[in-house]
Design a binder for this molecule. Sequence first.
Ligand SMILES: Cc1cc2nc3c(=O)[nH]c(=O)nc-3n(C[C@H](O)[C@H](O)[C@H](O)COP(=O)(O)OP(=O)(O)OC[C@H]3O[C@@H](n4cnc5c(N)ncnc54)[C@H](O)[C@@H]3O)c2cc1C
Length: 464
Amino acid sequence: MNTDYLIIGSGAVGMAFADTLLDQSDAHITMVDRHSKPGGHWNDAYSFVALHQPAAYYGVNSTELGSRRKDGHGPNSGMYELAGGPEINTYFDKVMEQKFLPSGRVSYHATSNYLGDGDIVSLLSGAQTRVTVRKKTVDATYFSPSVPATHTPKFTVTDGVRVVAPNALPQLWLQRAGQTVPRNFCILGAGKTAMDAGVWLLRNGATPESIQWVVPRDSWLQNRLQTQPGLEFFNDSIGGEADKMAAFAESKSIEEVFLRLESQGQMLRIDRSHSPTMFHYATISTGEVELLRTIKRVIRKGRVHAIELDAMVMDQGRIAMNPGTLYVDCTASAIGRRKAEHVFQGERILIQLLRAPLVALSAALTAYVEVHGADEAQKNQLCAPVPFPENLAGYARAMQASMMNQFQWSQDKALRQWIRNSRLDGFGKMVSDLDKGDTDRQTTMARLRTNSMAAISNMPNLMA
Ligand SMILES: Cc1cc2nc3c(=O)[nH]c(=O)nc-3n(C[C@H](O)[C@H](O)[C@H](O)COP(=O)(O)OP(=O)(O)OC[C@H]3O[C@@H](n4cnc5c(N)ncnc54)[C@H](O)[C@@H]3O)c2cc1C
């Protein structure tokens, strides 16, 4: 088999890259994935999973996800729809079935493992295929998250204790012989998945008193209001960005940045009496935060090492627990530590984040640069990896790297135009279509530009 590009992984990243490569070139593409359908980790997600961000700018560049409606009820009320897991899976499947495969330029090896050196093995038959790559091998697995259904927990569990992934919650009504529906729940972990599990339990009738929540560390959360793509949210999105840049420009420490952003309503935390130490761009609505605040039985004793029939062994001691408690394991670390490398490495492309936190835009833009970039040096200059924050200072680092990339992109007329028209950018088209006579919004844009310059010069202090 011969191909121009061999893409390992058909998750959101591999799909977004392939989609733009198909549209911008006449290359032949071969895709390989262990999953039987495109969409990567979304195939393994709990059924009530949803995007953090509006569906309007997630997925692949060529195809809308969702219908740009706003939710009329629930915690996301008044904001653009998010798209749930099943919808995302159907979306990627349609992109593959209705665009990629009919193009005649994509070969798709599903349920297959990539072994390296062009070798693909079918997981079901063991048949091996060697692919000769004419141009490049594209690694679209760098950003792959670990999810509860497929990860291995780091704690031990005594026989008879019920520990489940959030995937099991909607099936609780379906009890095996001898089991009863649990009345006590303990959520393990403090990331967005744990928050989703808490919201699901509360919205499905569990009382706040029946829920315990192990929170090893607190997290700052982005208010979803600031991520809304429509012009009617201009003051929240672009105005919010201008205020955020002012906070970056004027604060003396990164902690002060977050506190300022909280006072401006941009950052949220569940418990105001605790200082968060992490920020992973988890995005949430104030409605969800209000619900989660009703859970008062929060356990802050570090991480769990063992779960016994009537106790948890934790970093800071042993906690007595109700026998029969259902433990919901949300400890998979969606974002593991990864070393940044060049994106373009000779015959290999390693897709990474280019504008935090827009994973899909980053992948599509990498494909655009691969086709149109002059040479490897220029391609790497346009695609400098943005380090994902591991702590609060990491937010300043990610912000600075994203802004430097944005500057590089603005110097390339054709790329600038492509970004403006890209649905994955979220705000580009709205900003470029602004009426010149709209003085209020043009003033906000000017404020954003001035504040951004000031923010960039203060970044080194905040990172220190
Ligand atoms: C609950 C949740 C919500 C999220 N919400 C958002 C959001 O709103 N917005 C956002 O931008 N991001 C969000 N993310 C982040 C998410 O990581 C990205 O959006 C994106 O889905 C990651 O896609 P990926 O292609 O990098 O990884 P994956 O989806 O994991 O895909 C990688 C694929 O590579 C395959 N693979 C790996 N190695 C091999 C091999 N050797 N051979 C064959 N196949 C291989 C795997 O089977 C997998 O299918 C969310 C993440 C989670 C967990």
